[in-house]
Design a protein around this ligand. Structure first.
Ligand SMILES: C[S@@+](CC[C@H](N)C(=O)[O-])C[C@H]1O[C@@H](n2cnc3c(N)ncnc32)[C@H](O)[C@@H]1O
Length: 206
C-alpha cells in the first residue's frame, strides 16, 4: 500500500509520513517554548564550556535532525536513495515519535530552570535526580535518540532517514563525557554517587 484516502483525498504514504515528521518536529519546539522563555530569566554562573566546538556540534545535530530531513520532505531529494514506504514502518515511526515527545516534555518538567541548550551552569543550579532523572542521567538525550529512530522509520530515504542518528550521535558522543565532567566539577561526590547508580540513556544497559 503506497497511498491511502484521507478526507476524500488520495495521499501517498510518503506524503503522510513527511507531514507526521514535520508535525512532530513543530510540536517538539512548541513544547520547549514555555521552558525556554522561563530559563531566559535565570542567570548563568559558568559558561566556560560553551565553546566553538559546542556550536559546531549543535549545528551538525540540527543538520541531521532538521535540515536534511526537511529538505527531503519538501523536495524529495535525494531521489535515488528513496525506497517504498511501508504502512507498518510509518505507524511504528509515529508511535516512537509520540514517546519521544512525551519524554522530552517530562525532562523539561524535571530539569526546570537548570536546563540549557548548550553546556553551562546556572547561578542557582541544582542537581536533579528525581522524575525521569532517577532512571538515567541523560533522558533528554534518550528523547533525541528516539526522535532520530522515529525519523529513520518515518522517512523512507537512506540519507534523510539516517541523518538524524548520525547527526545527533555525533553531538552525543562528543558532548556527553564533557557534560559529565562539568557536572562532577560542580557537584562533586553528589554527582559521582548519581553516576554510580544510573546509566546514561537506557536504564540498566548504557
Ligand atoms: C541539553 S541539557 C541536557 C540534560 C541531560 N544531559 C539530559 O540529557 O537529560 C544540558 C544541560 O543540562 C544540565 N544538566 C544535565 N544533567 C543535569 C542534572 N542531572 N541536573 C541538573 N542539571 C543538569 C547541564 O547544566 C547542561 O548544561
Amino acid at each position: 500500500m503506497n497511498s491511502l484516502s484521507l478526507f476524500g483525498h488520495t495521499v501517498s504514504l510518503l506524503t503522510l509520513a513527511s507531514w507526521i515528521w514535520a508535525g512532530c518536529v513543530i510540536a517538539w519546539y512548541l513544547l520547549r517554548l514555555p521552558f525556554e522563555l522561563k530559563v531566559r530569566r535565570t542567570r548563568v554562573a559558568d559558561r566556560r564550556h560553551r565553546t566553538f566546538r559546542e556550536t559546531a556540534l549543535l549545528s551538525v545535530s540540527t543538520l541531521g535532525l532538521g535540515i536534511i530531513p526537511a529538505a527531503f520532505c519538501l523536495t524529495r531529494w535525494p531521489r535515488a536513495l528513496t525506497y517504498p514506504a511501508s504502512a507498518l514502518q510509518v505507524a511504528a515511526g509515529t508511535l516512537v515519535f509520540l514517546v519521544a515527545l512525551w519524554l522530552f516534555w517530562r525532562t523539561h518538567k524535571d530539569l526546570g530552570r537548570n536546563w540549557s541548550v548548550s553546556l553551562e551552569i546556572k547561578e542557582t543550579h541544582k542537581l536533579i535526580t528525581h522524575g525521569v532523572y532517577r532512571h538515567v542521567r541523560h533522558p533528554m538525550y534518550s528523547a533525541f535518540f528516539l526522535w532520530a529512530v522515529a525519523q529513520a522509520l518515518l522517512l523512507p530515504n537512506l540519507m534523510a532517514g539516517l541523518s538524524g542518528l548520525v547527526g545527533f550521535g555525533i553531538l552525543f558522543f562528543f558532548r556527553v563525557g564533557r557534560e559529565e565532567l562539568m557536572m562532577r566539577e560542580t557537584f562533586g561526590p553528589e554527582y559521582d554517587a548519581y553516576m554510580a547508580r544510573t546509566k546514561r540513556i537506557i536504564p540498566g544497559v548504557y
